[in-house]
Design a binder for this molecule. Sequence first.
Ligand SMILES: Cc1cc2nc3c(=O)[nH]c(=O)nc-3n(C[C@H](O)[C@H](O)[C@H](O)COP(=O)(O)OP(=O)(O)OC[C@H]3O[C@@H](n4cnc5c(N)ncnc54)[C@H](O)[C@@H]3O)c2cc1C
Ligand SMILES: *[C@@H]1O[C@H](CO)[C@@H](O)[C@H](O)[C@H]1NC(C)=O
Ligand SMILES: *[C@@H]1O[C@H](CO)[C@@H](O)[C@H](O)[C@H]1NC(C)=O
Ligand SMILES: *[C@@H]1O[C@H](CO)[C@@H](O)[C@H](O)[C@H]1NC(C)=O
Ligand SMILES: *[C@@H]1O[C@H](CO)[C@@H](O)[C@H](O)[C@H]1NC(C)=O
Ligand SMILES: *[C@@H]1O[C@H](CO)[C@@H](O)[C@H](O)[C@H]1NC(C)=O
Ligand SMILES: *[C@@H]1O[C@H](CO)[C@@H](O)[C@H](O)[C@H]1NC(C)=O
Ligand SMILES: *[C@@H]1O[C@H](CO)[C@@H](O)[C@H](O)[C@H]1NC(C)=O
Ligand SMILES: *[C@@H]1O[C@H](CO)[C@@H](O)[C@H](O)[C@H]1NC(C)=O
Ligand SMILES: *[C@@H]1O[C@H](CO)[C@@H](O)[C@H](O)[C@H]1NC(C)=O
Length: 633
Amino acid sequence: MAPSSIFAGALLAFYLATPGSAAAVQKVSSVSDAGAPLFTNEQLQLTEHILSTAAPNHTALFDFAKNSSLSVRSRNECKAYPGDAAWPSNFVWTLFDELLGGALIKTVPLAAACYSSWPEYDSDECDTITADWTDSNLHAADPASVMWPLFEGRTCLPTTNASASCTVGGYSSYAVNVSNVAQVQLAVNFARNANLRLVVKNTGHDFNGKSTGAGALGVWTHHLKDIDYIKNYKSRTYQGPAVKMGAGVQAHEIYEKANELGFTAVGGEGKTVGVAGGYVLGGGHSPMSSMYGLAADQVLALEVVLANGRFVTVTEETDPDLFWAIRGGGGGTFGIVTSVISRVHPKVGVTVSTFSFATSTNVSADTFWAGIRSYVERFPAYADAGTYAYFWVIATGTDSFEFLMNPFFATNHTLAEYNALVEPWYKDLADLGISITPNSTYYDNYYDAWMAGFPLETVASSVMMTGSRLFPRANWETTYSFNSTFDALRTTVTAGYALLAFNMKAELQDGYPSNSANPAFRNTLLHAITSTSWSSTANNTAIKDQMETFTNDVMGIWRATCPDAGAYMSESDILEPNFKEAFYGSNYARLWKLKQIYDPTFLFYAPTGVGSDNWVVNSEDGLPDQNGRLCRV
Ligand SMILES: Cc1cc2nc3c(=O)[nH]c(=O)nc-3n(C[C@H](O)[C@H](O)[C@H](O)COP(=O)(O)OP(=O)(O)OC[C@H]3O[C@@H](n4cnc5c(N)ncnc54)[C@H](O)[C@@H]3O)c2cc1C
Ligand SMILES: *[C@@H]1O[C@H](CO)[C@@H](O)[C@H](O)[C@H]1NC(C)=O
Ligand SMILES: *[C@@H]1O[C@H](CO)[C@@H](O)[C@H](O)[C@H]1NC(C)=O
Ligand SMILES: *[C@@H]1O[C@H](CO)[C@@H](O)[C@H](O)[C@H]1NC(C)=O
Ligand SMILES: *[C@@H]1O[C@H](CO)[C@@H](O)[C@H](O)[C@H]1NC(C)=O
Ligand SMILES: *[C@@H]1O[C@H](CO)[C@@H](O)[C@H](O)[C@H]1NC(C)=O
Ligand SMILES: *[C@@H]1O[C@H](CO)[C@@H](O)[C@H](O)[C@H]1NC(C)=O
Ligand SMILES: *[C@@H]1O[C@H](CO)[C@@H](O)[C@H](O)[C@H]1NC(C)=O
Ligand SMILES: *[C@@H]1O[C@H](CO)[C@@H](O)[C@H](O)[C@H]1NC(C)=O
Ligand SMILES: *[C@@H]1O[C@H](CO)[C@@H](O)[C@H](O)[C@H]1NC(C)=O
């Protein structure tokens, strides 16, 4: 007996030191009900069989949900947090990493190189990170970083003071660098079984900190880059060209592919936004929206890992409820999408025009605003012509203002057609004595127009927050409502809040199946964003006061002009009052019902997501960020 028990003990010791498991992944066939085969990385899946072979003594940690375990947990419960007794041991993290095939990354904050308390300290690297901090690519390429550090908790910003503090804070504790479906399933099962907070991070663009969370296990989808063009996609409701995109595909990547193959995709204006991730799942407005609606409207099928760990195909036929909910109901809410199949459109020509005007000795503030008014009055005509425009109106001093057309994106308009469209407005400007020198160029394809029209986004300010509103067409229908809309915009800008806005529409096209995107999108003519900012030395109490004043008073003026409209969840105010009505409108009740069916243990939490009001993060700095333990309210 003795020798064998010594042997068993030695083996156990060895096992604890190095779990020695193989990656838990099994190759299955490419067949899918989606109307296109699975990507190779989607054929690599987790099965009960492979799990029991790879981790025979630990299946309970990584196993799929059983129906019986789907019962809702007790109230007042918190997700496990680093330092808790319930937090997984190093042994378990190592085992998890092995089952993942080495894809687990322990979070080192992106700016750790600036801090002498971190082994990563390296002043040259710090200089690079500091210089690139506002470049979205830097954060998209990091497993845990996000583009709104305010909502992470500002725990590790670039600095020249190497002895200042840098902590993991509101960043996820670990991230899985996903390259196959099995890894997503393992992460989902592990997080659910170990009561861990789970976050999905794709690019990290989210305005409200939805892709970060203290103590979370992150699922990083950035490297799921496959793109397949499907020349003749067929479903019950659609026949025509489509594209299947991995969840990590970014706007510039699908546009490059579309240009190469001669089609037009509905994606965002932002260059690095994740078109098959949070963007499309939250609705997704596009330079093509006035012609074809939202990005979510284009979706024909998705491959998804559900909260129970199962990998499913979601179409109108396979699961009409989830098909409705996941297209527009918000990222990080119903499951982790590994790919999306979306309809695409014929090649289109676009005229791109940029110009600006400002108050001057010859242009008074009233004249300036008359020029703006002449523009805003034409929003119905411009959106109905299928165009999209991104413009800014900013105060440059007391009674001095500047307007920037950044750009007017006239889809399906030749230069002559564009000039005819804007001629009445240009004439008004000339009559007012406002001179402009438009730089207008026709491109025979979307890609070149988009490249010329939209600069790379600047991100990662930690001293500002935003708010937005989807102003409805009704506000243009009477002089009274138009005046109150226009006055609200003028008041906001005059008070020093910049207006960054989109004149567009996003109607559901005939024959497209309905979805859960915010109904306020369907009749909007203006998606307007504004922001407030503070000094980098402001204390947390002052920041909080300023945020609340912004939300209630500044944004309150906009809400008052259209109390029944809403706001776009993906470019919004984290403190939006009545966020359910504002971000989801009449869809909320059905979304909440489905949330409880598909995610009964509330594995997927995202701030302002469906059901998020049942949870709270008590943040360390008292601001509405993700640097704190996630608990049920
Ligand atoms: C500079 C800039 C430009 C923008 N331009 C546009 C624009 O033109 N049009 C527009 O509509 N919006 C735009 N947005 C808003 C953008 O749509 C949102 O920020 C969106 O959340 C980004 O999705 P993401 O996957 O890139 O980002 P992430 O922050 O990584 O993810 C956002 C949310 O989606 C979830 N999520 C991501 N991937 C998945 C997945 N595979 N499965 C399940 N959930 C997932 C995350 O958990 C998170 O909740 C812009 C934002 C910025 C900062
Ligand atoms: C699993 O546990 C059993 C019993 O404790 C042990 O005999 C066996 O070696 C373990 N298997 C592995 C792979 O560790
Ligand atoms: C749960 O049980 C129902 C009915 O018994 C069954 O249809 C369903 O597939 C089960 N779900 C899972 C995840 O096992
Ligand atoms: C650097 O940070 C440390 C620690 O927070 C602080 O004590 C010190 O005053 C800071 N130095 C400067 C120059 O800001
Ligand atoms: C993540 O995985 C991809 C392969 O899918 C690899 O190219 C990349 O270097 C990995 N990134 C990190 C930070 O480990
Ligand atoms: C203002 O008008 C005068 C006279 O028409 C003109 O000479 C001058 O260039 C104008 N200034 C600006 C800033 O447009
Ligand atoms: C583009 O514009 C032309 C008219 O110039 C119109 O006939 C055509 O239908 C438009 N294309 C689309 C896709 O709307
Ligand atoms: C006009 O705009 C294009 C981009 O569309 C740009 O390349 C060009 O430099 C601009 N010309 C002028 C004179 O500003
Ligand atoms: C709307 O505003 C215009 C311009 O200020 C003004 O002339 C008009 O009387 C206003 N109409 C109403 C109904 O308020
Ligand atoms: C925070 O800043 C405000 C405004 O500058 C100031 O009035 C207040 O006393 C400060 N509070 C603390 C706790 O420092």
